[in-house]
Design a protein around this ligand. Structure first.
Ligand code: GLC
Length: 639
């Protein structure tokens, strides 16, 4: 560990000259502790320009530290004493839009009891900073990082909400959209006004020469409503990089000023009481000709440097990577090689999500078992967000080699999944919508709520309800049994279906992801105590999973999930070997009864086993098997 040079300590001293002695010491200890992470990473990205940037960052970090509230300083200490707090088996996440869930920020506080009833300890409020007017990609086109969306409240309201959540044991999670800003953001406006300083905040090309060269290897994110990755701007007299929509301008992270801006935004949000920052579309922040411009090594260096700044000023804050990329790339977001322990603490387990829906459609766990087993291990200090659904579409991230290894054609399987979940496949009960059909690649992504994908809208007989409830329970049992932070998407806990009016709201008409971002149906939520209704059964099932989970230390996230060999293609086994003993989970992904051989329980030290979910003792029957009912789940621990 290389400590910070004396002149930077002097900078910090200068900023902190009025602070109590012990606070100054604390800051300096942290500066030395994280200096090498910061310096190594910035040097890798900015070369000789790093030194000046570092001086600015130390001043910024010291200023933010001095301004941080006593409450948050206390939280910093608490978290540094218990750095694995977010890996606890009692963690449960919930994600929603503040307005669609409750109305505004103050009203969200009024729903804390509801969240606690479910067991929520982590609340991801979808983008709530001031976006551009009109279509803004659900808030992912930020026009002002220091203002709350007017209809949701003010920064003071956000601070107050964060404090109330903290009191209730809930950590506030917010997006940091750092790949792009709205074309209406002040930086973009200044660039259009001809300020060369701000023009350098973006990638602007005088003509199509370079954009054309880049586009040879760039995939399109929104081929349907935003084809291409560059947009012409008459005011700039050039082409600006726009990976997503034409009004989302990619910022230029090769510019150290851009780094300084975002470091300051991180510190600002941290001081409002945000505990986890979701690094939106982080895979895209660094571009390289001849590549797909995702997952470049500099992405991890940039994350490491931002993280070091946060650790110096506000160590309670964690980073969560939103990188929807292939498993081999994904694990780098949790720190591999030199970045081990230095980047994000949390990342979305996109593969698990995709495999859940794949298993349910195929009624077969063979591919999932192979694909999940192939994911390289991640550091024990990090964890996954596991989720069945989120606010985005589902892209069928099935690796062709994984598919081939189990005798499937990856492309055909993807086609089957798109057909199945859009309801085209004969007999499919799913009612999703096709998102961003790409005729060039044959790609069809899928929108839809968990309930609509599970058959809720296609029920014809009362017995169908059992299947729908079974699929929803199974999907959530898998995410809660994997280890990590399971996150429930708003409305899934009461089996809400697609919003039939999704296209009617201004700016939403082109983007059917709004179908699975309904407004919370509080009337439906009233039925959550009624076990004769679908919402009641689903809510009770999820709550039971959460409670059971929080009493099982085996589910602490530092323990890795293993996928043992399958005995029956319809039963996915997941094993967690904890020093306290094994936990073997069995998931029947089919609508039939399926067996698991009793002799295999002995292999795991489970000769006498208890199902933690039902409390029942599990003994093989006369045929030597343990039988699982349709979509049945067993979480087996030694008696
Ligand atoms: C992330 C968000 C998605 C958004 C995109 C661009 O992937 O989850 O909703 O469209 O980033 O910001």
């Amino acid at each position: 560990m290389r400590p910070a040079p004396p002149e930077l300590h002097a900078e910090a001293h200068h900023v902190l000259r009025d602070q109590p002695r012990h606070q100054v010491e604390l800051f300096e200890l942290r500066l030395d502790r994280w200096w090498q992470d910061l310096d190594d990473a910035l040097t890798a990205v900015y070369g000789p320009a790093a030194a000046d940037l570092e001086r600015r960052l130390v001043r910024m970090a010291a200023t933010a530290f001095a301004e941080r509230s006593p409450d948050l300083h206390r939280l910093d200490l608490q978290r540094t004493l218990d750095p694995g707090w977010f890996q606890d088996e009692s963690m449960l996440g919930y994600a929603c839009y503040a307005d669609r869930f409750a109305g505004d920020l103050t009203a969200v506080a009024g729903k804390i009891d509801y969240l606690r009833e479910l067991g929520v300890t982590y609340l991801h409020l979808m983008p709530l900073l001031q976006p551009r007017d009109g279509d803004n990609d659900g808030g992912y086109a930020v026009a002002d990082y220091r203002r709350v969306r007017t209809d949701l409240g003010t920064m003071d309201d956000l601070q107050a909400l964060a404090a109330e959540l903290r009191k209730a044991g809930i950590s506030l999670v917010m997006d940091l959209v750092l790949n792009h800003v709205a074309a209406e953001h002040a930086w973009a406006q200044a660039a259009r006004d001809g300020d060369p300083h701000y023009r350098d905040y973006f990638y602007v090309f005088p003509d199509r020469t370079e954009p054309d060269r880049y586009e040879q290897t760039l995939p399109e994110v929104f081929p349907d409503f935003a084809p291409g990755s560059f947009t012409h701007s008459p005011e700039l007299d050039g082409w600006v990089w726009t990976t997503f929509n034409s009004w989302q301008w990619d910022v230029n992270w090769t510019n150290p000023d851009v780094f300084a801006e975002y470091a300051d935004i991180v510190l600002f949000l941290a001081n409002q009481g945000v505990q986890v920052l979701r690094l939106d579309a982080i895979a895209f922040v660094f571009k390289r000709m001849g590549t797909n411009c995702q997952n470049q090594p500099e992405v991890h260096a940039i994350t490491q440097a931002l993280r070091a700044v946060a650790r110096i000023a506000c160590p309670a804050v964690l980073f969560k990577a939103e990188a929807i990329v292939a498993p081999q790339d994904l694990v780098h977001y949790l720190g591999q090689g030199a970045h081990h322990g230095k980047v994000s603490d949390i990342a979305y387990h996109n593969s698990l999500m995709v495999q859940i829906w794949s298993m349910l459609a195929a009624q077969d766990a063979t591919l999932a078992a192979h694909a999940l087993r192939a994911i390289p291990p991640v550091p024990a200090t990090t964890t996954w967000v596991t989720y069945a659904r989120c606010h985005d579409d589902i892209g069928w991230a099935i690796d062709a080699a994984d598919a081939a290894a189990v005798g499937l054609n990856g492309f055909e399987h993807q086609r089957f999944l798109s057909d199945y979940y859009s309801g085209l496949y004969p007999g499919s009960p799913a009612r999703g919508l096709v998102f961003q059909e790409n005729p060039d690649t044959g790609d069809r992504r899928i929108s839809g709520t968990a309930a609509s994908l599970s058959g809720l809208d296609a029920m014809t007989a009362p017995a169908d309800a059992d299947l729908v409830v079974g699929r929803l329970f199974l999907a959530h049992a898998i995410i809660m049994g994997w280890g990590g932070i399971p996150v429930v998407w708003m409305g899934d806990e009461i089996a809400m279906s697609n919003d039939p009016h999704w296209a009617e709201e201004p700016g939403h008409g082109d983007d059917n992801r709004w179908a699975h971002r309904p407004r919370m149906d509080w009337d439906r939520a009233q039925q959550r105590g009624d076990s004769s209704t679908v919402p009641g059964r689903v809510f009770a099932g999820l709550r039971h999973l959460v409670r059971t989970r929080s009493a099982l230390p085996h589910l602490q996230a530092s323990v890795a999930a293993e996928v043992p060999l399958l005995s029956d293609p319809g039963v996915l086994p997941v094993l967690r070997r904890h020093p306290l003993g094994p936990l073997l989970e069995l998931f029947n992904v089919t609508a039939d009864w399926r067996p698991f051989p009793g002799w295999r329980l002995a292999e795991y030290g489970l000769t006498g086993a208890r199902d933690a979910l039902s409390g029942e003792h599990i003994h093989p029957g006369s045929d030597g098997n343990v039988w699982l009912h349709p979509y049945g789940v067993l979480w087996l621990v030694p008696e």
